[in-house]
Design a protein around this ligand. Sequence first.
Ligand SMILES: Nc1ncnc2c1ncn2[C@@H]1O[C@H](COP(=O)(O)OP(=O)(O)O)[C@@H](O)[C@H]1O
Ligand SMILES: O=P(O)(O)OC[C@H](O)CO
Length: 496
Amino acid sequence: MTKYILAIDQGTTSSRAIVFDGERKIAGTGHREFTQHFPQDGWVEHDPEEIWDSVVWSIKTAMDAAKVTAGDIAAIGITNQRETVVIWDRATGQPIHNAIVWQDRRTAAYCAELKAGGHEATVTARTGLLLDPYFSGTKVKWLLDHVEGARARAEKGELAFGTVDSFLIWRLTGGKVHATDATNAGRTLLFDIGTNGWDEELCALLEVPMAILPEVKDCADDFGTTETDLFGAAIPILGVAGDQHAATIGQACFEPGMVKSTYGTGCFALLNTGADMVPSQNRLLTTIAYRIDGKTTYALEGSIFIAGAAVQWIRDGLKLVSHASETGPLARSADPSQNVYMVPAFVGLGAPWWDAEARGAIYGITRNTGPAEIAKAALEAVCYQTRDLLQAMRKDWTGGGSETVLRVDGGMVASDWTMQFLADILDAPVDRPTILETTALGAAWLAGMKAGVWPGMAEFARGWARDRRFEPVMDQATRDTKVKGWDDAVRRTLSR
Ligand SMILES: Nc1ncnc2c1ncn2[C@@H]1O[C@H](COP(=O)(O)OP(=O)(O)O)[C@@H](O)[C@H]1O
Ligand SMILES: O=P(O)(O)OC[C@H](O)CO
């Protein structure tokens, strides 16, 4: 019986492994948070060894919980926090530095320089991205410039670069495979999403030697097998996708016009645009939704850097609650007459503002403002930002489809209060699926489908089930007033 599929979801704040059974039900889970390092203002790092340990621990825990052995698992699917950069030594497998995380802003000045040099139009035309420190390319350059001897060693082919999926594949296969998938490659600033290949000119522009780049494969592909001594038997790795792309798959957003939004550490909305690479006129990203059987499906993406991270700040920084789930009930108890706004620009603002220098602010505080109003403002901020993204998407996308319903997932959507406010402020229905582990499900489907033990796309899509639909109930006048307050708050927070 080898029908089980193991999904590894390597997120920004935690690693998760889930064993799915042949009916696509969760049979066992392992989950572990790891340390966030903030060495300077705007810098965010992870220790790749801690990530690796948390992944191995999660896999073993999930297998124990599901009461399966490695021999019962048909395939592994990997999904990961995107853009985060690891560079390691090919001979030893040791990272040369901490991972530089997607939220890290240390290359903001370099990005501004590239922009001033007039490079953004070319970069956007080829990669669908913008010259923002969010993406991997400038972080790779930073490491090669700042770690002693790294550049020379990279040029000699002694070092390997990868996003976290790639690092995990290297470790899981005992250094036999240096690969990534098209969705992760597409977030590096070095990959041409139209031709589906590494771009020599962009690598030269960012001074990244091509010798350190991984091979780029389809999302459902052969990524090697795990070393036998890791889990007791070799398991094929057959699926890889960046977490937002895996969530798009897990939400079965396979038709042009379908849109999902995932609320984890950040929030990322992806609208499927089919075979069309739709350029954005509204500061959204054009990205690869997934690449299957050599066929690329594209998406428009809106990226918000801080969503659940604001909830974590309320819990760990301000200590207003002891568990994230307390923020919803706390917000419900807030004084409705207070108009407190939080703009959580902890690491700048993402789409559609792309302001790396902005920092967070709270407006409208009075003597009566307390924890409830602050918690409410944090949850509301995520919803206002989603509204900004969807409005930009509607301007860019004229293809129609079911984009008026938003499919949501990620840790924050457990909050009913937040989902109701989201529907109210969007003035559109919000659908929450029965399986909230959508990201892991998407990675599992890639691997299970490739292994031949899970169904194809159409049948998988038919299996998508709704837990609850949140319908808007707010009146237009209230919505308008609230949105105006938000727009004012953002305007005051922007650095330029
Ligand atoms: N009930 C809840 N209400 C609000 N936020 C929550 C709730 N449960 C979890 N979160 C937030 O969701 C995030 C975790 O979501 P997850 O999808 O696991 O994120 P990631 O993959 O980025 O690590 C955390 O930032 C946490 O604060
Ligand atoms: O860790 P998440 O789920 O917030 O996702 C992080 C994104 O992949 C960053 O682009």
